[in-house]
Write a protein that binds this ligand. Structure first.
Ligand SMILES: [Zn+2]
Length: 256
């Protein structure tokens, strides 16, 4: 018995059922063949050109990405844009792609949960579809927490709000989710770590004595990659498939 793309699709579907993804999303098996044999998997946040080259070097047959390709409908497959070039290259190299996006965001293998684990938060809990909350070991000034987060996720963090505010409960919504700050406040958090803070939300939050930390979309979601790779490896080992899972080392924006 050997693992196929379908085997991996099924394992991911158990963790993060595709029907829980948002209606605008595009998840599951997206490129390649479901019956292709898989011996090596590369897990990445994005299926970029560099990630495709990395997969080829590893002799991986499958890329598992968080952000999907073909998110927007295409009417051609020409190599005249970045995605078209990637898709054609994947077809030439017999590479398949399975993506788990908003369905994964709602699980304990989301970027938010990964950040919470890296920060050592206690009592980590999922309060809404995308909001995770946890307590710091001891209350901390926002300006100090900014440094702690930056070091935990290996990415620059910007703090919007009063640097002297004391934070004991932190909400996390990785990626583009700054609109959830009011919900985070209502749930008892004093701050929200997210990936893309827009000016109007930064302003409104700071006027409500709430702190927003912007860790970057990439910075707050890339931490999920090693956790997801480890999960897949353990699941495949459990059923004794001879498959090796690698977290991508590609970092398109800096230091993760
Ligand atoms: Zn994202």
């Amino acid at each position: 018995m050997y693992a196929t793309v379908k085997t991996i699709e099924d394992i991911l579907n158990e963790l993060a059922p595709v029907e829980t993804a948002e209606s605008y999303d595009n998840v599951g098996a997206l490129v390649g063949r479901r019956d292709a044999q898989v011996t090596k998997i590369l897990v990445a946040l994005d299926c970029t050109w560099d990630v495709v080259q990395e997969a080829e070097k590893l002799e991986a047959e499958l890329i598992v990405s968080h952000h999907p390709l073909l998110f927007h409908a295409r009417k051609n497959l020409l190599e005249e844009d970045a995605e078209g070039r990637i898709l054609c290259e994947m077809a030439r190299k017999n590479l398949s792609l399975v993506s788990a996006h908003t369905n994964l965001d709602q699980t304990e293998y989301s970027g938010s949960a990964a950040c919470a684990k890296l920060l050592g938060l206690q009592n980590i809990r999922k309060e809404t579809n995308y909001l995770f909350l946890g307590e710091l070991e001891a209350p901390m000034k926002a300006s100090d927490l900014e440094k702690k987060i930056s070091s935990a996720i290996s990415f620059p963090v910007r703090c919007y709000g009063d640097g002297n505010a004391m934070i004991s409960t932190l909400a996390i919504a990785g990626g583009a989710d700054d609109g959830d700050w009011m919900e985070a406040k209502a749930l008892g958090a004093q701050a929200l770590l997210t990936g893309e803070v827009r000016h109007h939300n930064a302003l409104a939050a700071s006027m409500s004595s709430f702190v927003l930390f912007d860790g970057g979309h990439y910075g707050t979601e890339a931490p999920l990659v090693p956790f997801l790779a480890e999960y897949l490896q353990n699941r495949l080992n459990d059923v004794q498939y001879n498959v090796r899972v690698f977290p991508s080392q590609c970092a398109p924006f800096g230091c993760v």
